[in-house]
Design a protein around this ligand. Structure first.
Ligand SMILES: C[S@@+](CC[C@H](N)C(=O)[O-])C[C@H]1O[C@@H](n2cnc3c(N)ncnc32)[C@H](O)[C@@H]1O
Length: 294
């Protein structure tokens, strides 16, 4: 290739990169869009072509994540100890002590009885984004999906959110205990309540009326069988003003790719660069996305 062509190509790539950096929803920091097609282009294109574009964009994202971040080379569970009965973390001027049930991990299908790195990273990101005035949770309606032990929802409540933490029916006892133990400060800015909610079921009106300002989920994209139910829930919960924050563990490329490909049909997706995360809580095994409804 001639030097001029190479320079031109590099300039085009730089231009496309610039176009991809946008703000999404109520988060005021920049995110990198996963696809660059304008809405108008989408309206004009056949559904089949859009499906194939979504498949290509999802696959590019997976190649980038696995190729550049090399998730398998870094330490898993860097910020949690899944064999301990408690995880201690200082957030928003409070020392949180989140109870875990390590023995439940051996029960098939039970994943939320211990903490995962992506929960710590998402929670600390929320604190950091609020401190940097890039995100305001004070007084906002927040719904967390698949709360597990409840750390992320607790942090959102400490930041002033009116939070509903949800999970499967048999996960709620530990979740309630963690809310009671950790959120009884007199200076609590927000509130937290626990509710049973199974993805794909019709959501309680309390969750959807009015639609939440913010939806949170950490490590909720891990099973191919649950992807469509999770997306159906996100579609039902979210209104035009809802901002979704999802933290994913980079352990299964196929499941994440499937999620992204399906999600791109209804949501605009942006990835948060690690420079936007809490500087002490970064990991190349985790990815943070912001989503808004199209
Ligand atoms: C890997 S854990 C992550 C827990 C927590 N968010 C964290 O980061 O530590 C996944 C969570 O999603 C919940 N979950 C899985 N499938 C679900 C479903 N169909 N409906 C509701 N919650 C579900 C699990 O019970 C579990 O708490």
């Amino acid at each position: 290739m001639a030097t001029e062509e190479i320079v031109l190509e590099e300039e085009e790539e730089e231009e496309e990169e610039k176009e991809r950096m946008v703000t999404l929803g109520s988060y005021k920091g920049m995110v990198r869009l996963l696809r660059v097609k304008a809405e108008q282009e989408e309206e004009e294109e056949e559904e089949e072509e859009l499906d194939s574009f979504a498949a290509t964009a999802a696959s590019e994202e997976i190649m980038l994540l696995w190729g550049m971040q090399q998730p398998t080379l870094s330490k898993p569970n860097a910020f949690v100890s899944q064999s301990s009965l408690q995880l201690k973390l200082d957030v928003c001027g409070h020392s949180l002590a989140i109870f875990q049930s390590p023995s439940s991990l051996s029960t098939p299908g039970v994943t939320g009885a211990v903490m995962w790195d992506s929960g710590v990273i998402l929670g600390k990101f929320l604190e950091h984004a609020s401190d940097s005035e890039l995100l305001l949770l004070q007084g906002k309606k927040v719904v967390e999906l698949g709360s597990g032990c409840g750390l992320v929802g607790c942090i959102a409540a400490l930041l002033g959110g009116q939070v509903v933490l949800t999970d499967l029916p048999d996960r709620l006892r530990l979740l309630r205990k963690n809310i009671e133990v950790n959120l009884r400060h007199e200076d609590m800015r927000g509130s937290a309540k626990v509710m049973e909610f199974i993805w794909g079921d019709d959501p309680d009106l309390e969750l959807t009326e009015p639609p939440p300002d913010v939806v949170l989920g950490s490590d909720v994209i891990y099973s191919e069988g649950a992807v469509l139910d999770l997306l159906s829930t996100l579609r039902q919960l979210c209104g035009g003003e809802t901002t979704i924050f999802l933290a994913g563990e980079l352990r299964n490329d196929a499941v994440l790719e499937y999620f992204l490909e399906c999600a791109m049909k209804d949501f605009v997706i942006g990835r948060l660069d690690q420079r936007q995360w809490h500087p002490d809580y970064c990991s190349s095994r985790v990815v943070l996305y912001v989503l808004v409804k199209k």
